[in-house]
Design a protein around this ligand. Structure first.
Ligand SMILES: [Zn+2]
Length: 204
């Protein structure tokens, strides 16, 4: 009887130990925040009744992660007013790995067109920010924009105050005729959004 009890205990221990071993090490997903700029009373750039806030919202709704290890959050999903401080507080509360603020440009000079990207030297992860801005620039140049300046630096609030690598991307100029057509076309918006989605989904 004693031997059977011992055998039972040993078998139980073996089973429990077996189950105790983790089957797979869990990797915590990469957290990305898309700052959907402007909104509410702040329309941003406007041309022919089309505003920057509408366009960035339309683009953001088309951006999706195709990788379970990358989770994308948005600072707004609707047309609402948010201060820069509110945005940054929300961003930092998520402890993100990367922050991308999306904008549409405007200029008095209507010949200005194409992509612009900014990082801040005052961001704690400024080198990483520049690296990511360059990678995203390459991705967008390959699939969408035929023109882009090199990555610039600027002390924008979101860039300075995000506790993560952070990039502002200006996705073309509302004030340029070609960019305007491109940005207001639903198929082109799909292309821009899918390039951004592809880039973010590949983050490691
Ligand atoms: Zn803007």
């Amino acid at each position: 009887m004693k031997k059977i009890t011992q055998l039972f205990l040993i078998t139980t221990a073996v089973i429990l130990l077996g189950f105790d071993k983790p089957q797979k090490t869990t990797i915590s997903p990469i957290q990305v925040v898309i700052d959907v700029s402007h909104g509410g009373t702040d329309a941003g750039a406007i041309k022919n009744g089309i505003s920057e806030k509408q366009l960035v919202e339309a683009l953001a709704k088309k951006i999706k992660s195709t990788n379970n290890d990358v989770r994308i959050h948005f600072t707004r999903n609707e047309d609402k007013t948010l201060t820069l401080q509110e945005r940054t507080e929300y961003i930092n509360s998520l402890k993100p790995d990367f922050v991308l603020s999306i904008h549409i440009n405007a200029n008095k000079d209507n010949t200005k067109s194409g992509l612009e990207l900014y990082t801040s030297q005052e961001n704690k992860f400024s080198d990483k920010s520049v690296e990511k801005a360059n990678e995203l620039r390459q991705k967008l140049l390959k699939h969408d924009f035929f023109k882009s300046s090199s990555v610039k630096t600027a002390p924008f609030y979101i860039l300075k105050n995000s506790n993560a690598p952070a990039v502002i991307v200006e996705l073309g100029f509302l004030t340029n005729e070609n960019d305007y057509k491109y940005l207001t076309d639903s198929n082109s918006q799909d292309k821009i959004a899918s390039s951004i989605s592809e880039y973010l989904s590949e983050l490691k």
